[in-house]
Design a binder for this molecule. Sequence first.
Ligand code: ZN
Ligand code: ZN
Length: 424
Amino acid sequence: MLDSIASADLVPAEGSVWKHLLPRIHRVSQRFGFHRIETSPLESAGCYPRGLVNSETGIFLEAFSSKKFGLKSQNFLSILRAYAENRIFEREKVTKWYCIEPSFTVEKNVLSPLYEFGLVSFGDPSPISEAHLIISIKNLLEELGLHHPMFEINHKGCEACTPYYREVLARFLQDNQSALCDACQEITSSSCGGRETARTDMEEVFACPNRVCQEILNSAPQILDYLDSPCNKQLTSLLESLDELEVSYQLNPRLFGNSWLSCVVFRVNVSSSVSEGEGTTPLSIGGRYTKLASKMIGQDMPALAFFVPLHAVAQMVEAQGDLEKPEKTADVFLINLGELAAKKSLRLFTELWKNNISVTEHFGENGIKNQFKLAEKKGCALALLIGQKEALEGSVILRDIRSGIQEVFSYDRIIEEIRKRLQD
Ligand SMILES: [Zn+2]
Ligand SMILES: [Zn+2]
């Protein structure tokens, strides 16, 4: 039974974090070649392979589960379902999508929509696609005003090299079992016995927060020493790309993420201080989901994904981002005064768009001075002003925002003039 629904609206009001965040996320994601995907909030069990629909993937919320329909609880799974259902892989070799979508959880009878931001890429197994995802995330976080995004990187190995590593790790864990905490002991005994039904990966011990466990694990065998040559090559090539792109990273052989992640896995951290390396806060984990995607699609499908709860990003941006940083929304800011001018201005607005000149308008009577300030805040290079006099004469005042110099042009010549100025 549900008692209530938590609110989770993203309201882009003036001065709010969402007004700062949302346009930047869209712009940077699109600049890096990701297209927006929107999936239905409703999911049906029949669309998922058996074995994927369980309490761990949590596709189906208790309150809705009797009919095997439910609200989506993970956007990545819904995106995978949409990718498979629409057979996108038959039409596109590489597909890059981003989403800003709610997922749903129920806790203590409260249904909570939780907005997630995610970047996914299908079809490209190369280390370049991994570097592309990482540089997209880095650029986005910097654009949001977050300090020094830093990536921890690991390679989990492949089906050829992981089994031997697991044998060695299992031996190590068994030798040290009595000293480990209860949770790690349980992981050790359930996953080291060679039982195929083990519900956990033994690498999960590396995520244990217990200090004693962490000290013991300091001397545990490291996956990086057990990678075979293809895995080594892949990792080296990714790191070379990151060096070239000047992305700061650290190798972290203890980072494994969830059991659906395979091969390359990374964790994004941001610094809570302007100085690099100080007070690092982990944001989220991403990486290769080829195993999961292939299972869902029924054929080998390279996949990469990074998801982060949007409210976590918002909190960080509020704590350290610069919300006043002007957002360049358009090249031209259009101002009109009076009814006749408003009509002319609307016509000019559509003509500018038709000519591929990005334009924004302000409605409201704030006074000319304030409107020019707003144009500057929005990062516009030029402002156009049509008053009653100009509307009657068929002219437009053009103001260079930076220099403040104004000139009058006839309506017929204005598009040409703007084009010329934007090119300079
Ligand atoms: Zn391998
Ligand atoms: Zn432990």
